[in-house]
Design a protein around this ligand. Structure first.
Ligand SMILES: NC(=O)C1=CN([C@@H]2O[C@H](COP(=O)(O)OP(=O)(O)OC[C@H]3O[C@@H](n4cnc5c(N)ncnc54)[C@H](OP(=O)(O)O)[C@@H]3O)[C@@H](O)[C@H]2O)C=CC1
Ligand SMILES: CC(=O)C(=O)O
Ligand SMILES: [Mg+2]
Length: 601
């Protein structure tokens, strides 16, 4: 790398432009500097929050340029670029367009029969040629989402120690206590806008995977970029390693994390506190911290503790709630009535279950002008000990207490379905196959169109499959699941299941927060995101029984979610980026990163 200063040029190019203007103008392309040749180290687009510091800009050429994933174009370097940047001879003679590179890679990916091989090929690509990775992901989102995200990312985390190649993300372990700020400074990017952090204790529905949970922040952040248009260099995946209670991992010689039981209590909270303070100190007030896949005994407490001091968001509690509420609101078109006319039963009363329940209750309460406590009475939850009822109140975890309604104890889900007579059944239990034939049949016997959401991930943990839901309900169920299922043919009719996954929400939600400079998250922002997502379901989608729009349109959907969330943030006085752009959808679209190669002169 040859560092050199470009202060004069950059001042000419950017001088005097406010941040807001810069977002709208969408800077991209090549920079030519007084006859010097150099690669544009400014990523093309994405929301930028901080001023560019010209004297840190450096230029790579030749071999190191090809080894730099952010700027490598591989076979797409033109003859001129190869000559100008000392690449001649380092590449085979053929010059490929980005489209041809994409075609070639998709062909190779499709030849792999094992999903994990596709995952590894995608991770290799991300490490080799970032723009091509995002182009593949954006152009083939329905096909590749299950590869870089659920279900395959679950298997990848389980086997992370064995498939581990180049490390991704930042690892902060108990060993770094007292010097987390120093560790953050080791990360090469300085202008971070989103951090997804896990401690690996509840990875999807697969339990404690310790340090190997890193696959989740990495995967979620690739969706922030591909689906929400947040530039890759602004994304920081973090895994906090406080040990693991997974004996299999502790006994595994290839385990990549600390080989000790999980730290708890004060030791745990002190490390998290140091991390949260260091993040704020290093990246400022407006960096978005997304908690992901923490176990519920920490998740609720961390959210409550930091929601007033940091821009924090728990995806499993809040993002999931927002996506499910959107699906329910959309489903009303198919099943009729208002939300308040329905009765909801959950299997699973943890982060996802109680998070969704609370947002549904809030929406009902707002729409019907009834107290929240009244609205909650329409919602029932079953945990591993049975229906949550008032006689269990004393022994319940705090997040379950609001759901302890008057009812006699009920042990089993089937009995609960028969007793509560729900119109909507939601699975957030991580227990695969928990929606048995009897349960689905009971739902179908009570409802013309039973609404069944099997949200647990990955596919192995789904409460039922799409095929089971449609067959056992004789084709009457409206079904969506956390991990994707193929379409099902039943009685000569094709049923297309939807995917109820927080991936619909967090990328657009995050973009909305970043582009408006929102400083704190309010529940109304989650409701706004739900509303925006529900509004994106078209008549054509409804005709297929879908309650979510297809992921193919996700960037457009994310721009709408971002705009609606930002509008609400401005309305609530939570947005700090002024003046407010007039057309927020256009502004959101203009802020989005696109993986187009720049031309290097
Ligand atoms: N589709 C999506 O977008 C999302 C899906 N999820 C999925 O939801 C699942 C749950 O996540 P989360 O809520 O965070 O996990 P939690 O651990 O917080 O909650 C799990 C809940 O399931 C209950 N449960 C466990 N076993 C049984 C059983 N045999 N019968 C009845 N209830 C049982 C637990 O009961 P108890 O409290 O008694 O232990 C607990 O209430 C995961 O699989 C996750 O992947 C999560 C977030 C988003
Ligand atoms: C989707 C997700 O966040 C989960 O399953 O945990
Ligand atoms: Mg999660």
């Amino acid at each position: 790398m040859l560092p050199f200063k470009r202060a004069k040029f950059l001042r000419q190019a950017f001088g005097g432009l406010g941040l807001y203007e810069r977002g709208e103008r969408k800077l991209r392309g090549v920079m030519e500097m007084n006859g010097e040749k150099g690669v544009d180290f400014e990523e093309n687009s994405g929301v930028q929050d901080q001023a560019i510091t010209p004297w840190t800009v450096s230029v790579a050429s030749g071999y190191s340029l090809m080894r730099d994933p952010r700027h490598n174009k591989g076979a797409a370097f033109t003859e001129k670029e190869r000559n100008a940047h000392y690449l001649t001879g380092l590449l085979p003679p053929a010059v490929f367009s980005q489209d041809l590179q994409e075609k070639r890679l998709m062909k190779i990916l499709r030849e792999y029969e094992v999903p994990l091989q596709r995952y590894m090929a995608m991770m290799d690509l991300q490490e080799r040629n970032e723009k091509l990775f995002y182009k593949l992901l954006i152009d083939n989102v329905e096909e590749l989402l299950p590869v870089v995200y659920t279900p395959t990312v679950g298997e990848a985390c389980q086997k992370y120690g064995s498939i581990f190649r180049r490390p991704q993300g930042l690892y902060i372990s108990l060993k770094e206590k007292g010097r987390i700020l120093e560790v953050l400074k080791n990360w090469p990017e300085k202008s971070i806008q989103v951090i997804v952090v896990t401690d690996g204790e509840r990875i999807l529905g697969l339990g404690d995977l310790g340090c190997q949970g890193m696959g989740i922040p990495v995967g979620k952040l690739s969706l922030y970029t591909a689906l929400g248009g947040v530039r890759p260099s602004a994304c920081l995946p973090v895994t906090i390693d406080v040990g693991t209670n997974n004996q299999k991992l502790l006994d595994d010689e290839f385990y990549i994390g600390l080989k000790q039981k999980r730290a708890t209590g004060q030791e745990y909270y002190e490390l998290l506190e140091e991390f949260m303070s260091a993040v704020k100190q290093n990246y400022g007030e407006k960096v978005l911290i997304q908690f992901e896949d923490f176990a519920n005994h920490n998740a609720f407490e961390l959210l409550a503790k930091y929601r007033t001091s940091h821009l924090v968001f728990n995806d499993d509690i809040q993002g999931t709630a927002s996506v499910v509420l959107a699906g329910l609101v959309a489903a009303l078109k198919l099943v009729g009535g208002t939300l308040a006319d329905h009765r909801f039963l959950f299997l699973g009363a943890g982060e996802a279950g109680t998070g969704i329940a609370e947002l549904i209750a809030l929406e009902i309460s707002k729409k019907t002008n009834t107290p929240l406590e009244e609205a909650r009475k329409k919602i029932w939850l079953v945990d591993s000990k049975g229906l949550i009822v008032s006689s269990r109140r004393e022994s319940l975890q705090h997040f379950k207490k609001p759901w302890a309604h008057e009812h006699e104890p009920v042990k089993e889900l089937l009995a609960a379905v028969k007793a509560i007579k729900p119109t909507v059944l939601i699975g957030t239990s991580s227990v695969g196959k928990a929606f048995t034939k009897e349960v689905v049949e009971a739902m179908a016997s009570m409802n013309e169109k039973p609404l069944i959401l099997a949200l647990s991930n990955p596919t192995s943990q789904s409460e039922c499959t799409a095929e089971e839901a449609y067959t056992w309900s004789e084709g009457r169920a409206i079904f969506a699941s956390g991990s994707p299922f193929d379409s099902v043919e039943y009685n000569g009719k094709l049923f297309v299941p939807g995917q109820a996954n927080n991936a619909y929400i967090f990328p657009g939600f995050g973009l909305g927060l970043i582009m408006s400079g929102t400083i704190r998250i309010h529940d109304d922002l989650l409701l706004a995101a739900s509303e925006a997502l529900a509004a994106q379901v078209t008549e054509e989608n409804y005709a297929k029984g879908l309650i979510y729009p297809p992921f193919t349109n996700i960037r457009k959907i994310s721009a709408h979610i971002a705009a609606t969330v930002a509008a609400k943030a401005y309305e609530l006085g939570l947005a700090s980026r002024l003046p407010r752009p007039t057309d927020l959808v256009k502004f959101a679209e203009g802020c989005m990163y696109t993986p187009v190669y720049g031309s290097y002169r």
